[in-house]
Design a protein around this ligand. Structure first.
Ligand code: SF4
Ligand code: SF4
Length: 493
């Protein structure tokens, strides 16, 4: 398996007319390939394609493990105060969900895109299995609406906080079990050999989809057809991608189903420089819904973290309580249903309606402030780009520049919500200050990467190098704002 000696240089790959990179083709095993390390891509492709039939066993194992993680703690005794993941299954389950699964899946997209979805996720596999047995009805418009996964993400994220999904096994069972049930039901009713859930409704899928655009794995058509990305149910692809027209990564769950190394058509695995798709986002179907989701979704996740650590939240709660009680609305001091809020007297945590209202309100307020701030900095960058020879209209420039925040948003999310994983680094001898340095290193990398992507997007918009600093300033301000907002999570209050 040897590649020809063609040299890849980044600038030589850019065609000025389209602003997109044009790969230099290389021959591997008698087949034309493009991208970085083509011999490695060919090897990975062969490995997965030859073992594709066995993926079903991997899905089955993960499915059983997933069920055990979310339901077994419900029938086990309460863990003792000094329980560790190694001594108690309930503590182990919470550790696996939040200490390993959450941060590692998000970090993995940088290297392998949505490989979690296609290769390991038991929820998507269960949805597809149900689909094979199900009613196969046409996917309705309300499911196909682009805002559906945004709504789904917001509901699950807020509910997760009010029921205490990071602390209570009952809440894990409700949120993850409920999501699994919804995935199976949707799969059972809608689509024909498809994963309507994964494409349209999964609360995690859209987030992984946005972040997968910075990933090093991409599936590209061998024979590309013009016309840009299209949605079609007449395709082998479980997420309704029109294979020959595929341009963007976000909906590809990397199932390898469209890949056949011996065929002339279909897709091939193309390795690329991380961030390349965002750098030239104009050639990869940029989407305003996705950009607003990036702003809103990371904003609400931030709110879900900040209410736990900011003293300001507790002051706000007190003010709201006084206002309610002052108006004679004493019912806010009573506890509500356990499926809507945390009611665990045995663990000394009982939320009242007041908590439900203030947590929800705080998260929504954080989301709106975050989205407004990033919306403003992106608008300012797009406007300044237009003033300095940036091409296309303001809306298009806005959408393109909105993607520059992807790395800093992703890294902040992983550091802020992946505290358990970072604490585990103590096991390999790191102390508090070492862990802070690891987090700082990751954060600065995400920040620098976002600024660099902003610069590249502006370059492809045609803004000359000597004027680029001006529209870069709002981009830098936006990235610093993301970092400042997550500061309590990264470095403490
Ligand atoms: S989109 Fe959601 S349900 Fe589907 S495979 Fe990915 S994480 Fe799993
Ligand atoms: S494009 Fe190919 S690899 Fe990606 S989800 Fe569709 S069939 Fe699977």
């Amino acid at each position: 398996m040897r590649a020809s000696s063609a040299t890849l240089t980044r600038e030589s790959q850019v065609t000025r007319e389209s602003g997109c990179f044009q790969d230099i083709p290389i021959t591997v095993n008698g087949r034309i390939r493009t991208g970085r390390l083509p011999w490695l891509a060919a090897f990975i492709e062969n490995l997965f394609v030859s073992h594709r039939d066995r993926l079903v066993w991997l899905h089955a194992v993960f499915f059983v493990f997933f069920l055990a993680l979310i339901f077994l703690p419900l029938v086990l005794p309460e863990p003792p105060e000094d329980a560790t993941p190694l001594s108690n299954f309930t503590t182990f389950s919470i550790y696996v969900m939040w200490g390993l699964w959450f941060p590692l899946v998000f970090l993995s997209v940088i290297f392998t895109g949505r490989s979690w979805c296609g290769i390991l996720c038991p929820m998507g596999a269960a949805s597809e299995w149900a689909n094979k047995k199900g009613l196969k009805r046409p996917i309705p418009a309300w499911v196909r609406w682009e805002g559906t996964p945004i709504v789904s993400f917001l509901i699950i994220t807020i509910l997760g906080q009010t029921v205490g999904v990071r602390d209570h096994p009952e809440a894990i069972a409700e949120v993850f079990g409920g999501t699994l049930l919804a995935a199976i039901l949707l799969g059972f009713v809608y689509g024909r050999n498809k994963r309507a859930w994964c494409r349209h409704m999964c609360p995690i899928g859209l987030l992984l989809g946005v972040f997968s655009r910075i990933g090093a794995w991409q599936f590209a058509p061998k024979r590309k057809r013009a016309g840009g990305d299209q949605y079609t149910e007449k395709t082998v692809c479980p997420t309704m991608i029109d294979i020959p027209r595929k341009e963007e990564s976000r909906h590809c769950i990397e199932c390898f189903r469209c890949v056949n190394p011996r065929a002339r058509g279909g897709l091939f695995l193309r390795l690329r420089t991380p961030g390349e798709e965002i750098e030239q986002i104009r050639c990869h179907n940029p989407n305003p819904y996705e950009v607003w989701f990036l702003f809103l979704g990371t904003g609400v996740a931030l709110g879900g973290f900040l209410w736990l650590v900011l003293p300001f939240y507790w002051e706000l709660r007190e003010t709201v309580a006084e206002w309610f009680f002052g108006h004679g609305w004493f019912w806010v001091g009573e506890s509500g249903p356990g499926w809507l809020m945390s009611v665990h007297p045995e663990r000394r945590e009982v939320f009242a309606w007041l908590d439900f209202i203030t947590i929800t309100g705080f998260m929504i307020a954080c989301m709106l402030v975050f989205a407004a701030a990033l919306g403003f900095t992106t608008w300012a960058a797009a406007w300044l780009s237009g003033k300095h020879a940036g091409d296309r209209n303001l809306r298009d420039r806005f959408v393109e520049l909105g993607y520059q925040y992807t790395p800093v948003a992703m890294v902040s999310l992983v550091i802020g919500l992946g505290a358990t994983l970072f604490e585990s680094l103590r096991a390999v001898g790191l102390d508090t200050s070492d862990i802070a340095w690891v987090k700082t290193g990751l954060f600065v990398t995400g920040l620098a990467w976002s600024i660099w992507l902003g610069n590249r997007i502006l370059a492809l918009q045609g803004v000359p190098a000597n004027h680029r600093w001006l529209p870069l300033v709002p981009g830098l301000a936006g990235s610093l704002f993301v970092g400042a907002a997550w500061w309590p999570g990264i470095f403490g209050v």
